[in-house]
Design a protein around this ligand. Sequence first.
Ligand SMILES: Cc1cc2nc3c(=O)[nH]c(=O)nc-3n(C[C@H](O)[C@H](O)[C@H](O)COP(=O)(O)OP(=O)(O)OC[C@H]3O[C@@H](n4cnc5c(N)ncnc54)[C@H](O)[C@@H]3O)c2cc1C
Length: 655
Amino acid sequence: MLDENRLAVLNAVCDTIVPSLERDDDPTGFWARSAADTKANEVVAQTIGEMPAADQEGMGLLLDSLALQNFPSLSQASREQILVNTSLASREAAVGVAALTQMTLFFHYGLPPNPAWEQFGFPGPASPPPQVEKTIHPLTPGDGDVLEADAVIVGSGAGGGVIAARLAEAGMKVIVLEMGGYFNESDFDQTELNGFARMYWRGGPTYSADFNISIQAGSCLGGGTLINWTNSLKPKPWVRQEWADEYGLEDVNTPDFDRHIDSIWERSKVNHDCSELNQTQKTWIEAAEKLGWSWHKTDRNWDPEKHDPLVAGYMGWGDQSGAKQSTLKTYLQDAADHGAEIIVGCQAQKVLVENGRAAGVEATIEGVGRITVRSPRVVVAGGALESPALLLRSGIGGPAAGKYLRLHPCTLIFATYPEDQQAWWGPPHAAVVDEFDQGLEGDGYGFLIEGAQYTTGLGGSAIPFTTAAEHREIMANYANGSITINLTRERGGGQVLIDGDGQSMPIYSLDDPRDIANMHFGLEQQVGLHHAAGANQVFALATGMPGWRVGDDFEAFVDRVHRIPLRAGGAKLFAAHQMGSCRMGKDPAESVADPRGELHDTPGVWIGDGSAFPTPSGTNPMITIMALASRTAEKILEDSGTSGRSASETVEAGA
Ligand SMILES: Cc1cc2nc3c(=O)[nH]c(=O)nc-3n(C[C@H](O)[C@H](O)[C@H](O)COP(=O)(O)OP(=O)(O)OC[C@H]3O[C@@H](n4cnc5c(N)ncnc54)[C@H](O)[C@@H]3O)c2cc1C
């Protein structure tokens, strides 16, 4: 696809984003080094070659149109201007230019080992992966095999792992299908590139089909719990009440649900002792206190005996220390110890339905072929991006399947300070500002302000590109940078559809005026927080938007922030929490599963992950997903004639 002419234009584009710049004082070669010097251009070309055919074709057309304008032979200033003009020509062209820009920056600052890290003072990987034995032994079936189970569980993340353990401990024959791979400490090399490529859904941050939001999710044995930031928050009383009163999950608002939360808390070793604030979090928390805002240190599912804050800073790429209590270490291990079979690299394609009831799952294993698992119970726990896709491929789930996708959209503020912030050290989520959790309407649809893992590739690619020189100037100070997010509980949102190949295709659009007002309010509060903390530059991450610098009119900047459109071409929206797309509820027209978690239209099929949330949790959802999954496991056991509660006690005894 990329012939010689197109490659020449692509190289020129990469070189326009990251050119060699002359500076008198450049001891590490930071300014002089171009995208060609780090070979970022070659990796961009390779990445384009791996894109779906339609995207490759689009990129080819974009490069051809630049070739017609003699792009490679023009000056830096003309090339920058042509990229701006091209972005204005059409939505597709804007998406293409943004993709090329972000890929170039991502690889230039993220490829390991990276010469730019010296400039930042970022140490890169702190230690080589330790040799740690893999204690789960996945089953490797052959093409055409037919397996039998009492329950087949699709997905091994926060929800699937818990249900697998609970059912296996109650004596059921359980088979878990996980489409991702099996990785443990011995695979975690602490690099962003391998972390994303191996353990994230579709290889890392992926845009919704409408390009409005960038989505991250885990896809590996353990799902999101293997790579997440371990911030453990219990569901809020107003959310529990809403789910009970409006969606029929009555017991969720009683002490009986506390029993589930408490057992998850204990098995996951959640504690308060490993949340040291790094300099960046100290800086904005001191400002929050100055502003009189409510905040607290986080609880985390992290073994204090293995805790090392230096290693914790890399936890988004897996945890070498073994302190992280992902479901790989807890519930999946419990499941395996009680005889559950686990198959990795295995994607469930279709739920089998016979006589109107669940009959099993058809799945494919890469490099092997097709298998069938016959089972009277199917637990769909592939996460809220994939669970509805499985239902839609299978023609079950009713009219609500895929609707009500909620993502906790976040905008991100990047600020720089006069001093080094060491933002890559320590747990990324050690503090939460909950001052605004009630939102502008005072109804519990508000936002939390939190940190995020500070990475060079993704961070460098997210900082708005105005000109190459300006971007490099900001990156030169990356060590002094700090980020916050406003994790917003939204009312409206998205939907999961399937494409022509039956694969998940999420779309997302913030169109409820209350959500838009809350998001803009969240942007303003974050900007105010960094201003109060003494930042010398503040950037709202929005396409082409210049930042505020000491001496600029701050009120005018805040005004501009209020007008940023919250979609493609405007603020960059990020999300790592997928919920609601197979939600529970009383009404089959508006929910997929009944309040116990079983499909309205297909008995024997249960929803076991974050897609079951009736509405977004408004808090980082892992603990709520796990507690709800524990409850669903009891409902499955009750339905099968086994006492759910005694199974729960078994889990607690085993903890
Ligand atoms: C970077 C990041 C940081 C986060 N930090 C936090 C945090 O600090 N605190 C918190 O509470 N939450 C956090 N989260 C969110 C949390 O991890 C998720 O909400 C949670 O893991 C979702 O659980 P789940 O069971 O719904 O799905 P997942 O955990 O996503 O698991 C679904 C699994 O199913 C597999 N699968 C999907 N479809 C199929 C199929 N058809 N066949 C077979 N397998 C399939 C997937 O590969 C995946 O492994 C974070 C998420 C990310 C990405």
